[in-house]
Structure formats: structure tokens, C-alpha cells
Write a protein that binds this ligand. Structure first.
Ligand SMILES: NC(=O)c1ccc[n+]([C@@H]2O[C@H](COP(=O)([O-])OP(=O)(O)OC[C@H]3O[C@@H](n4cnc5c(N)ncnc54)[C@H](OP(=O)(O)O)[C@@H]3O)[C@@H](O)[C@H]2O)c1
Length: 326
């Protein structure tokens, strides 16, 4: 396994982060395709054995059961001090007032609930899952600062939002001497490249570690256009993310296949190698629903794409409507 620093921090992370949205009780929450605890364990074990030390989950994934499954597994599989555990706050956890968002009340409630489910007394990276239009930025940032000062999180990060929102948050934290965000978890892959316009240059300028989610476009970049899996059939969020650009997207999938065939490697390796080659990226957050998916992700670390290959992969792309911020 290769290791790097998360952005400008001193934190050592593996170059691959294992996305834990795959793990969770299937009939809890909105991910019918998730793997239950028994099916999740071998993948988590294999990741640890391969040297992956960075794991990303969220309070909302499968109604908290992702955190529970991941917390129990990691406790059995590796010493806590070697692990970098990331989770998130913002999504709705209960009906009624204060059940979602980034108010001080919600953040204080949700960090404690996440720690309990994960079975740990701190997380390494506590991330805001989205921007909250209904809470003052100052309230959110001071609450996150207090979470860090209370020893419940080592670092804080953010996820998909407009670059102007993130820039404003960075500025307000700095002006008040509060803990700064160190990472941006955003949607970056060969089929959705809108983050290259504003967010990636901002992160480069500020030394923010980029940890892209769905680097394989939720599996679409790994197989023929018309092929379906259990996940693709029931992945409602995935269906929302892609639409209106089918012809160009299909050509991107074909370009990945062509480059992969010429090299004699899998498409997943090529699609991931493209994300890994971006200088702003500290570690893509990969989704693995089979142990073999991890083999491909690890192999991608050794692939250096030529400029010609990158051009072939990027040529069919057309601008997409901005998605993934809500
Ligand atoms: N912050 C956010 O808003 C946000 C949003 C989404 C995700 N995330 C994070 O990002 C993580 C990864 O998301 P993701 O699962 O959508 O990532 P992804 O890597 O784009 O997609 C993973 C899917 O691709 C397919 N796949 C992976 N490796 C493969 C291989 N070698 N060969 C063939 N197919 C392969 C599998 O699909 P099948 O299962 O269909 O076979 C797998 O479930 C999540 O777990 C979560 O931690 C965050």
C-alpha cells in the first residue's frame, strides 16, 4: 500500500480510502444494495490486510448501521491508533425538528451518536456531509471547533457544496481562529468533472486534501453501458446523479474500455488511475462490493497513464448539470 498525507496535514493515510456506504443492514435506510455484517467482514478484513488504514462512513448510511458494522469490524481487525476513521453529519437521522442539518444542537447530538455506534471515543475526520442553508456558518464552525477541542474528532472536513460556500467557510473559520477544514470529499470521476472548474483549484490553493466519492461513477465506468447489477438497479441516488448526457457518458465508458483493453487491465483500474493522477487528490474513496474489487483498486496504484491515454479518456466528456450538492 502507498501512503500519503491528507492535504497539508501531518496525517498519514493510505492512497485508497475504503468507502463504507456499501456496508449496512439492507432494509434500514435507503441502500437496498448494501452488504450485511456477515458479507461486509471479508471485504473490511481484506482492506486491512492490504494496508488500507482510511475508512469513510456517515451517520446516515443505512440508518446508522454502517457505522455499527464498521466499528465492530475495525475493533476486531486493527489497533485503533493505526486507523483513520472518518464519518459525517448533516443527513436526517430522525423525523421532526432538529433531526438533520448543521446546527450546534444537531452536531453535538450526532457526534456522540456516531461515536457510540462506531464504538470509539474519537473519530479522526469529522465531515459535514453537505452545506446547511438554514444555519449560520458561524454556528456550524464554532460547534465543529468545540467537537475537536473536546477530543471527539482529530480533524474536520467537508463534502459536496459550491466552491463559494466552502471558500466562505474557510475564511470565517480563519477569521475566528477556529479549527480549519483539512479535506474536501466531492464527486469526481471521468463521467462527472464539473469540480475541475472551481473546487479543485480552490483545494489546491488552500492545501485541502481532496478525497473524491464515487470515483468509478458508482460502477458505471467498470462495465458495458447496458450492464446492470443489483446495486445499479436499486441505487436511487445514482440514478439522480446521471441523466441528460447519456450519449457522451456512453462514449466515456467506451473510452475507458478501449484504454483498458489496450493495456490488458480492467476498466476499474483505468478509471481509478485517472482519479489518482489528479495532483489535488489525496485518496479516492472506493466502493467495493466484492473482495476482487479491492484487488483492482490496489493494482490501479501502479498504473501511470500517458498523456495520450488521458486525452483519449477525457475527449468524449461534455459539461454536465451540477449535481450532488443536496
Ligand atoms: N459525501 C458524499 O456525498 C458521498 C456520496 C457517495 C459516496 N460517498 C462515499 O464514497 C464511497 C464510494 O462510493 P461508491 O461506492 O459510489 O464508489 P465507486 O467506487 O464509484 O463505485 C463502487 C461500485 O463500483 C463497482 N466496482 C467497484 N470496483 C469494481 C471492479 N473492480 N470491477 C467491477 N465493478 C467494480 C461496484 O458496483 P456493483 O456493486 O454494482 O457491482 C461497486 O459497488 C462510499 O462508500 C462513501 O463512503 C460519499
Amino acid at each position: 500500500m502507498d501512503y500519503t498525507k491528507l492535504g497539508r496535514t501531518g496525517l498519514d493515510i493510505s492512497r485508497l480510502c475504503l468507502g463504507c456506504m456499501t456496508f449496512g443492514v439492507p432494509n434500514r435506510g435507503t441502500h437496498e444494495w448494501s452488504l450485511d455484517e456477515e458479507a461486509s467482514r471479508p471485504i473490511l478484513r481484506k482492506a486491512i490486510e492490504a494496508g488500507i488504514n482510511f475508512f469513510d462512513t456517515a451517520n446516515v448510511y443505512s440508518d446508522g448501521t454502517s457505522e455499527e458494522i464498521v466499528g465492530r469490524a475495525l475493533k476486531d481487525l486493527a489497533p485503533r491508533e493505526e486507523l483513520v476513521i472518518a464519518t459525517k453529519v448533516h443527513g436526517r437521522m430522525h423525523a421532526g425538528p432538529n433531526g438533520a442539518g448543521l446546527s450546534r444542537k444537531a452536531i453535538m447530538q450526532e457526534i456522540d451518536a456516531s461515536l457510540k455506534r462506531l464504538g470509539t471515543d474519537y473519530v479522526d475526520l469529522y465531515q459535514i456531509h453537505r452545506f446547511d442553508d438554514h444555519t449560520p456558518i458561524e454556528e456550524t464552525l464554532e460547534a465543529l471547533h468545540d467537537v475537536v477541542k473536546a477530543g471527539k474528532a482529530r480533524y474536520i472536513g467537508a463534502s459536496s457544496m459550491y466552491a463559494w460556500q466552502f471558500a466562505t467557510m474557510l475564511h470565517v473559520a480563519q477569521a475566528n481562529g477556529w479549527t480549519q477544514f483539512v479535506s474536501m470529499q466531492n464527486f469526481v470521476n471521468l463521467m462527472y468533472r464539473e469540480e475541475e472548474r472551481e473546487m479543485l483549484p480552490l483545494c489546491a490553493e488552500k492545501g485541502i486534501g481532496v478525497i473524491p466519492w464515487s470515483p468509478l461513477a458508482r460502477g458505471r465506468l467498470t462495465r458495458d453501458w447496458q450492464d446492470e447489477t443489483k446495486r445499479s438497479q436499486t441505487d436511487h441516488f445514482g440514478k439522480y446523479l446521471f441523466g441528460g448526457t447519456e450519449e457522451a457518458d456512453r462514449r466515456v465508458v467506451e473510452a475507458v474500455a478501449n484504454v483498458a483493453n489496450e493495456r490488458g487491465v480492467s476498466r476499474a483500474q483505468i478509471a481509478l488511475a485517472w482519479v489518482l493522477a489528479k495532483p489535488e487528490v489525496s485518496a479516492p474513496i472506493i466502493g467495493a462490493s466484492k473482495e476482487a474489487h479491492l484487488d483492482d483498486a490496489i493494482a490501479a496504484l501502479d498504473i501511470e497513464l500517458s498523456q495520450d491515454e488521458i486525452s483519449m479518456l477525457e475527449e468524449p466528456y461534455i459539461p454536465h448539470a451540477v449535481v450532488g450538492f443536496s
